[in-house]
Write a protein that binds this ligand. Structure first.
Ligand SMILES: Nc1ncnc2c1ncn2[C@@H]1O[C@H](COP(=O)(O)OP(=O)(O)O)[C@@H](O)[C@H]1O
Ligand SMILES: [Mg+2]
Length: 268
C-alpha cells in the first residue's frame, strides 16, 4: 500500500468520534501485530470504530457477526460441491490471513467453543492458521490483524471468554460516549439539530442510571440516533422516544411505566 491510497482510505473512513486514545492504541496494535479485544455494551460504537480504523489504515476488513451456531469451519472454510466437483472455499478468517486484512469477530463469545481454539495460534507470535481439512498451515500475511468484541454486561456465566483466550488480546473497554461527544455523534448521524438532540441524550443518561435495577442494558447510542432520525422525519417526539428508546429496553409493563414517568419528568 502506498501513501496515496492510504490517504484516500482515511478520507473515506466512516465518521468516528473517539472517546479517548483508542485510535492511537489501535494503530500501535496494528503496527505491532497484536490482537485486540473490544469490550463494551451494545451500540456504543465498537463496530464503527473498527470500520473507521480499517479504512484509516487502508486495510481490507472482514467482519463476522458471531452467533451460537458459528463454528470453526464457518471461519476457516469448507469443501463445497460446485458443478459436480468438490472445491475448497476459504472462510472469512482464512481470506483475511491470506490477504493481510483485519478480521473482526463481533460478539465472539456467542460463537461455538471450537472457534477460540483456531484463534489461539493466530494470536501468538507464530501467527499461523492450521487448516486441518486441507493440511495447509498458513502464515498470516503482513497486515493481518485479529479484532474481537464482546459485551461483558450480559449476565451469562456460560458466555464469557476463558482467561486463556482473553489473555492473548490487548483490550480496550468501551462505554457510552461522554454527553457532549454523544450529542455530536447523534447530530451528525441523524441530521437533527443540536437543541433537539441534547434532551434525548440527557434522557438516555437518566435511563442508563437505571441499569442493573430494572434494566439489563442501558439505552444505546444507536437507539438515540433512531429516535432523533424519527423526529427529524417529522414524527412527534413522544412517539419517537417510545418506539426507539423505551420499547426496545423492556417488555415489563411496570418497568415501562417507570421509564415513561422519567420521560415526562425530563420533557415536561
Ligand atoms: N464514537 C462514535 N462515533 C461515531 N458514531 C458512533 C459512535 N458511537 C456510536 N456511533 C453510532 O452508533 C451506531 C451503533 O454503533 P456500533 O458501532 O454499531 O455499536 P456496537 O458495535 O458497539 O454495538 C453506529 O452505527 C453509529 O451511528
Ligand atoms: Mg457491533
Amino acid at each position: 500500500m502506498n501513501a496515496q491510497t492510504k490517504l484516500e482510505g482515511a478520507a473515506k473512513a466512516p465518521f468516528y468520534q473517539p472517546q479517548t486514545d483508542e485510535c492511537e492504541l489501535f494503530e500501535v496494535a496494528a503496527k505491532q501485530d497484536l490482537p485486540l479485544l473490544l469490550k463494551g455494551p451494545t451500540g456504543c460504537g465498537k463496530t464503527r470504530f473498527v470500520a473507521h480504523m480499517a479504512a484509516k489504515l487502508g486495510r481490507p476488513l472482514y467482519t463476522v457477526a458471531c452467533h451460537d451456531d458459528l463454528s470453526a469451519a464457518d471461519l476457516i472454510g469448507r469443501y463445497l460441491l460446485k458443478g459436480g466437483e468438490t472445491v475448497w472455499v476459504d472462510g472469512p478468517l482464512t481470506r483475511a490471513v491470506r490477504e493481510g486484512a483485519i478480521c473482526y469477530l463481533d460478539e465472539v463469545v456467542e460463537a461455538r467453543k471450537d472457534v477460540t481454539v483456531v484463534l489461539h495460534p493466530l494470536t501468538d507470535d507464530r501467527r499461523i492458521l492450521p487448516i486441518d481439512r486441507t493440511g495447509e498451515e498458513l502464515e498470516a500475511a503482513p497486515g493481518f490483524m485479529l479484532v474481537a468484541s464482546y459485551n461483558p454486561g450480559y449476565q451469562n456465566i456460560l458466555k464469557t471468554l476463558k482467561p486463556s483466550t482473553r489473555q492473548r488480546f490487548l483490550s480496550i473497554e468501551f462505554d457510552f460516549p461522554a454527553m457532549d461527544h454523544e450529542v455530536a455523534i447523534v447530530v451528525r448521524e441523524s441530521g437533527l439539530d443540536e437543541n433537539r438532540v441534547r434532551p434525548l441524550v440527557r434522557l438516555a443518561a437518566k435511563l442508563r442510571d437505571l441499569k442493573g435495577q430494572d434494566l439489563e442494558e442501558g439505552v444505546s447510542t444507536r437507539l438515540i440516533i433512531y429516535a432523533a432520525s424519527l423526529i427529524r422525519d417529522g414524527m412527534p417526539v413522544e412517539r419517537a422516544i417510545l418506539a426507539a428508546m423505551i420499547e426496545p429496553l423492556t417488555d415489563d409493563a411496570d418497568v415501562k411505566q417507570g421509564l415513561l414517568d422519567l420521560v415526562t419528568a425530563t420533557f415536561g
